[in-house]
Design a protein around this ligand. Sequence first.
Ligand code: ATP
Ligand code: MG
Length: 392
Amino acid sequence: FAINMEQLKLEQELGRGNYGTVKKVLHKPTNVEMAMKEIRLELDSAKLNGILMELDILHRAISPHIVEFYGAFFVESCVYYCMEYMDGGSLASLCCDPPGANVLVGSGRFAPPPGEREGSEEQLEEMAKPRVTEPLLARFAASMARGLKFLKDELGVMHRDVKPTNVLVSTKGFIKLCDFGVSGQLEKSIARTNVGCQSYMAPERIKGSSPTPNDDAFMSYSVSADIWSLGLSIVEVARGRYPYPPETYENVFAQLSAIVDGEAPGLPDDEEDMPVVNGAAKSDDEDNDDEDDFKDAEEEVTSESGETAETPKQNEAPAWGSEVTRKWSPEARDWVNKCLIKNASERASYAELLDHPWLKADADREVDTASWVKRAMAWRDTHHRGSSWGGE
Ligand code: ATP
Ligand code: MG
């Protein structure tokens, strides 16, 4: 049945993007919590039905990796799009600095150095940002790749806007994609306020056309452009910030040039991005409470047989991507690099990405995404209050 505005009770704002706002709403007839996105359009009313027809395909987008679509309607010059409410918000809000964070002081990523720390160990532990361990990163990658493959195989569409704010998570542990471009008509009618300071577009998309799609441009690149954006998103989630230099955030041309002409980004080198443990960056051998730190990593991973991973001894090399090392495995690096090949025709396909050892290992592993989401939400809601990541 069709949803309309009268049936909805408006609750709090969930976020704001380039094209409109997203609010939490209660659908009174069914008592279902939904997220409602308002998109301001510039168009004549004759096009409205065409858009609604195109959006109808969304009712077929039923997959564990895709945010469920409930319906859309128009009021005046806006389209209202109702979808499943994801209580963890976006992956970006849980892992990444808010846009413009290069100028924000004290976003909380790195707490003061050991000598300057204040508070009990317990308090400091609470302050530490929950880390994206390698098993978590692999799970995000696998969910996104499966969702994108579903869109392509089952609906015959590509996503066109893969980025960490369009990956939503829930406290039940679900990881789902939203905001994919099924409607060329809608895309063309959106009143764009600005182009955004962080581009996830593949080099061939930047080279090929203007950022405002016309019919030709809408079709002139292929699914492999989504795979670039997927790789870039995974790198961003691993690093905690957009991978191209902050100097380019306010200079669209510099950023697009870096994407087209520069070297493709990858997972950070081992020394480059030290972990946050007890609120401070530290190196492997700085002190000897490493075993404590491993507990966290262990909680996230349990092998299929139900055994927990072995606790590494003091002098053994710590596990890849653990809470301690911030070392990404060669498999993880290889996977990302295969997404971020600048030449689109050499980039990996979904089949190759899902068959890759990195994601094969993910499929055999239990990952407690739910508990990570809860911890990351608690961190976000205390540290990002008032920033664009909100915090209720
Ligand atoms: P852009 O406008 O470029 O797509 P964006 O993805 O950040 O950027 P929106 O899609 O408008 O902008 O979403 C804004 C924010 O609203 C998201 O970052 C997310 O935190 C929140 N949000 C969107 N959809 C949902 C949902 N279904 N459930 C919960 N939160 C949501
Ligand atoms: Mg979005």
